[in-house]
Write a protein that binds this ligand. Structure first.
Ligand code: PMV
Length: 359
C-alpha cells in the first residue's frame, strides 16, 4: 500500500454548488505518536480513544469558481467570526492534499467551524478540525467516484493525516490505531484503522474527564515537538518501545486487565513528557498543578483500589481516565479534590465515542 493509490483525476463539471456539514471528535492517545518523517509519516504506531463530546462541527459551502487560477479560494469562520489567521494552516493542508483531491482549485469554499469545547481551553482542535474538514471534502469526491464505505473512510483519514497526524485517528471507531505495527493486522502509516479486535466490556463507555490546568496557547507547537525527536538520543529506543506497548495494549484491551492498562497508559504519558524534557531544546510542559493532580490520583487509587489513571497531551492539562462502573466515586473525587487545581475550576466530562458523522 502506498500514497499513490489515493491519487485520482476526474471532472467535477456536473457538480453543482452545495453545502455539507460534518462533526468530528477529538481523540486521546493511549500509546502516543511523537516523532514523524516526511509527509506526516509517524515514526511509531499509536492508538487512541475517540472522544464523544469534544467535537468540531464544520459546514462547508462550495461554489464553482468562474475563473480558476493557481490559488486556492476560501474563507474561514470560527463561531461566525472571520478568521484570516487560520488561513495559512488550511492553505498548507490544501497544498499537501492537492494531488489527491483534484477539484480543490475549482471551487470557492466558505468554511464555518465551531467547537463544542471552549475555544482556548488548551484542548487541541486540530484533530477534530482537520478530520471534519477532510470529511467535508470527501463528500464532494463521493459525488463523482463510487467509493465503498471503507475506501471512503480510508481516504478521509489519509487526507486528515496530511493536515494533522493525530486527526487520522478521529474518523471511525472507538479505538483507532495509526502506524504500521506487527500486533495489528492491516495497520498502516497512511491512515488510521479501527482496532480490529473486540475490546473487553471493562472499556465500554470508558470515561475521560479533562482537567483544564492551563488554558493558554500551546508552549510547544506539535510541529516543533515532533521535530525534537530528530537526533534525540533516546529516539530509537522510544520508537521501539511504542511498538512493544502497542502489542501489550492490544492484549490488555481484549482481556480487560485494568491494572495493566493503568500502568501502561500512565507510563506512555510520562514517556512523552520525558522525551520533551530530554530533547534539545528541552521543555517542561507540566505545571505545578499537573503534578498535584497526578499525586492526588495516585493517592486516591491506592486508598480506594479503583482504576482511575491519567494521561497527558503535549501540554499541562490532565485527562482522567476511568471505567464507567467507577463513574460516581471518581467524579466525586474530581469535584472534591481535583477541580481546585483547574484554571477557573474548569473541566470537561467526556467518554469514548464512535467517530465523525454527517450532520
Ligand atoms: O497530531 P499532532 O501533530 O498535533 O500530534 C499529536 C501528538 C500527541 O497529541 C502528543 C500524541 C498523540 O498521539 O495524539
Amino acid at each position: 500500500m502506498n500514497s499513490e493509490q489515493f491519487k485520482t483525476t476526474y471532472s467535477t463539471d456536473h457538480i453543482k454548488n452545495g453545502k455539507v456539514t460534518y462533526q468530528s471528535p477529538s481523540n486521546i492517545a493511549l500509546v502516543k505518536y511523537w516523532g514523524k518523517k516526511e509527509h506526516q509519516i509517524p515514526e511509531n504506531p499509536s492508538i487512541s480513544f475517540t472522544l464523544n463530546h469534544c467535537k468540531t462541527i464544520t459546514t462547508m459551502v462550495y461554489e464553482k469558481r468562474k475563473t480558476i487560477d493557481e490559488n486556492f479560494s476560501f474563507d474561514i469562520y470560527l463561531d461566525e467570526e472571520k478568521k484570516d489567521d487560520f488561513k495559512p494552516k488550511i492553505e498548507t493542508f490544501f497544498k499537501r492534499i492537492e494531488t489527491y483531491v483534484p477539484f480543490l482549485k475549482e471551487f470557492h469554499f466558505t468554511i464555518h467551524t465551531k467547537n463544542t469545547f471552549p475555544h482556548s481551553s488548551g484542548i487541541a482542535s486540530s484533530a477534530s478540525g482537520l478530520s471534519a474538514l477532510a470529511s467535508c471534502l470527501m463528500h464532494i469526491e463521493a459525488q463523482v467516484l463510487n467509493l465503498k464505505v471503507d475506501e471512503r473512510l480510508e481516504k478521509t483519514s489519509f487526507l486528515a493525516r496530511l493536515g494533522s497526524g493525530s486527526a487520522c485517528r478521529s474518523l471511525e471507531g472507538e479505538l483507532v490505531v495509526w502506524g504500521q505495527t506487527e500486533a495489528i493486522p492491516n495497520s498502516t502509516d497512511l491512515f488510521g484503522v479501527k482496532f480490529p479486535f473486540k475490546a473487553h466490556e471493562n472499556f465500554k463507555n470508558y470515561q475521560d474527564t479533562i482537567l483544564l490546568v492551563d488554558k493558554g496557547e500551546k508552549q510547544v507547537s506539535s510541529t516543533v515537538g515532533h521535530n525534537l525527536m530528530f537526533g534525540h538520543d533516546f529516539a530509537e529506543a522510544r520508537f521501539k518501545q511504542a511498538h512493544k506497548n502497542l502489542a501489550e495494549i492490544t492484549n490488555i484491551l481484549q482481556n480487560g486487565d485494568l491494572k495493566s492498562f493503568v500502568e501502561l497508559v500512565e507510563s506512555e504519558a510520562l514517556t512523552l513528557h520525558a522525551m520533551m524534557m530530554t530533547s534539545r531544546p528541552y521543555f517542561i510542559l507540566m505545571k505545578p498543578n499537573t503534578l498535584e493532580i497526578i499525586n492526588k490520583i495516585w493517592a486516591f487509587r491506592q486508598k480506594t483500589a479503583t482504576n482511575v489513571c491519567f494521561t497527558l497531551d503535549a501540554g499541562a492539562n490532565v485527562h482522567v481516565l476511568y471505567p464507567e462502573s467507577e463513574k460516581a466515586i471518581v467524579l466525586e473525587f474530581i469535584k472534591n479534590e481535583l477541580v481546585a487545581y483547574c484554571q477557573n475550576g474548569h473541566y470537561i466530562c467526556d467518554q469514548i465515542g464512535i467517530g465523525a458523522s454527517i450532520v
